[in-house]
Design a binder for this molecule. Structure first.
Ligand code: ATP
Ligand code: MG
Length: 560
């Protein structure tokens, strides 16, 4: 049992406890879960939690997890979403059991089961208008009243339902309802809708149907067909559980799944509603579903988050029965931790300032050697060309000689600094433009200081990064900040668009990177020393242009 939980020596979460008990008591001999996305948008970080939970349970207990598209709604669903969802689940590192499944492939069976309920006197065709239906339903504290169509004969219901199926009624003219209890304190039990008319083609079944089952009538039966042992969903479905159970009890289903609910993941500074994310895309507030600022799995991937960091995050936040908002800083912690351990190091000067080292001859070409990763010898070494002209970052130089050594551990006019993995240099003079802005520094290097301490009396202020000006590559760097300025962008009746951060993307061109980065692969992350973690952008990079996304900074600079 629970190898994963045991190996990580954490207590079992409440769902794992239920499953363990079911296995121990022989209620189930095999664990079967499913992840059931509706293909009406790209997956987001909340879905990642559900994926890690469902696939993770199957792994932990040696069972299986199905990927099932919950495509009972013909309007909103598109194949683009189906493809993106498959890609995202695989990228997260999970494998679904057998082929991808579609709720729509069970439509014939659902139709048979609808007929079954009608024949048993447990379903009827109702012609009340949507307004009337609402009125008849009552509300939480007021019992509903029976529809005048509730006591039709079985024969009449069969004939009416056949007319619905044959397209003889317009959309909205009638629906098929279960006959349960119009006075139930649970609104979901007040003769819920089973089928409605939608004269729309469906991406899997084409024009075969003009009636479609509701989520409630479909979901539990899909689970039963697939032999799902534990059907896990989010808390908002808790009130639907009695209905889920009613269908399972009243239909000749091949197995008896049970539904369990957990709290959905909410993150601060983030929206996790597909509808709102779609709006950001459709209204061009972002650059597509996979914009690196989006909380979508594809966006986080493009930004340079690793699958392991998302899995670690989901493990860290755990699975609970009550909802709470998680600090997005926790996600960022997991991303940074993983990159710190695994990302190769590189140097990139984002705002280049040229330094001419006068005691190096113009024809001199040297090669410095640095480890790819300071703690991972097995990753080998990288070669850094070095010559008379190099670039350092503008922000790493100051003419202000009064700056304290503690505050400014960089290059100051007349003083020394160490170039990472190379020499100690001294800034002798600065050339400025008409505005007094430095355009070039004239420097000298201290001989024999590569990997060695400088002679007595020479005290470099710190270590800065650099690249060889004669042998480096140009690149563009994209710096991202949070997409929303507001901790709770869509709380209450706020318009989440008002919280959009106008400075969430900054594009800087003319950056200079160490030349080895021409071999960077899309989405593979590097630590650009002293700057943060970056990866090659999969959308805008080409053979002639390198574009790097900043995945995340080196330190959390949000919690001030
Ligand atoms: P949205 O609210 O973004 O439209 P949804 O719940 O309609 O999401 P589905 O495609 O139906 O999206 O979700 C597939 C599965 O992912 C469901 O089992 C759902 O409960 C789960 N899920 C969706 N959002 C979250 C979340 N924020 N946290 C945890 N699980 C989630
Ligand atoms: Mg849903």
């Amino acid at each position: 049992m629970s190898e994963k939980a045991a190996s990580e020596s954490r207590p079992l979460n409440f769902i794992e406890q239920i499953i363990k008990k079911d296995l121990d008591e022989g209620v189930h001999s095999n664990v079967v879960t499913r992840f059931p996305p509706e293909p009406n948008g790209y997956l987001h970080i909340g879905h990642a939690k559900s994926i890690c939970l469902n696939f993770g349970l199957a792994q932990t207990f040696g069972g299986q997890c199905n990927l099932r598209f919950d495509d009972t709604n013909p309007e909103k669903e598109e194949m683009e979403y189906v493809e993106s969802i498959k890609r995202d689940v695989e990228w997260l590192g999970f494998e679904w059991a057998g082929d991808v499944r579609y709720a729509s492939s069970y439509f014939d069976q659902f139709y048979e089961w609808a007929l079954h309920l009608i024949r048993e006197g447990k379903a009827y065709v109702c012609h009340l208008s949507p307004e009337e239906t609402k009125e008849y339903r009552g509300w939480a504290t007021k019992p509903g009243k029976d529809s005048p169509y509730r006591n039709r004969s079985v024969e009449e219901n069969l004939a009416e339902f056949e007319k619905m199926r044959a397209g003889e009624y317009d959309e909205g003219a009638c629906v098929l309802r279960a006959k349960i209890d119009m006075a139930s304190p649970n609104m979901n039990m007040r003769d819920p809708m089973l089928y409605r008319i939608r004269k729309q083609a469906h991406h899997q079944t084409g024009d075969k149907w003009c009636i479609y089952p509701t989520y409630d009538f479909a979901h539990g039966q899909e689970d039963a067909i697939e032999g799902i042992s534990h059907s896990i969903c989010t808390l908002e479905f808790a009130d639907h559980r009695p209905l889920y159970e009613w269908f399972i009890e009243n239909l000749p289903v091949p197995s008896k799944p049970r539904q369990y609910e957990f709290a959905r993941l909410e993150l601060n500074y983030t929206v996790t509603s597909k509808r709102k994310l779609k709006q950001l895309v459709d209204e061009n507030h972002v650059d597509g579903w996979d914009d690196p600022r989006m909380p979508t799995i594809s966006g986080m991937r493009r930004r340079g988050y690793s699958p392991a960091s998302l899995r670690n995050f989901c493990e860290m936040i755990g699975v609970t029965k009550s909802g709470s908002t998680i600090d997005v800083g926790q996600l960022e912690y997991c991303v940074r931790d993983d990159l710190n351990n695994n990302a190769p190091r590189a140097m990139c000067v984002i705002n280049p300032l040229k330094v001419t080292i006068e005691n190096v001859k113009p024809e001199t070409k040297k090669t410095m050697v640095q480890p790819v990763h300071p703690n991972k010898e097995e990753l080998g070494e990288r070669e850094l060309p070095f010559s008379r002209e190099i670039y350092i970052d503008r922000a790493d130089f100051s003419e202000d000689t009064t700056l304290s050594r503690k505050k400014f551990k960089r290059l100051v006019l007349g003083e020394y600094v160490r170039l990472r993995g190379s020499y100690v240099i001294k800034a002798d003079a600065v050339i400025t433009d008409e505005n007094g802005e430095p355009t070039e520094i004239v420097a000298t290097l201290v001989p024999k200081t590569v990997g060695e301490n400088p002679p007595e009396g020479i005290k470099p202020r710190g270590v800065i990064h650099w690249v060889d000006a004669n042998d480096c590559v140009d690149c563009e760097v994209r710096l991202y900040d949070r997409l929303f300025n507001d901790e709770a962008p869509d709380a209450g009746d706020k318009n989440f668009l008002d919280a959009l951060n106008p400075e969430s993307l900054q594009i800087i061109s003319g950056c200079k990177a160490e030349k080895g980065l021409v071999n960077a692969r899309a989405e593979q992350s590097y630590q650009f020393e002293r700057e943060g973690y970056f990866c090659l952008d999969s959308k805008y990079s080409s053979d002639d242009k390198l574009v790097f996304n900043r995945t995340i900074g080196l330190k959390d600079n949000w919690k001030k």
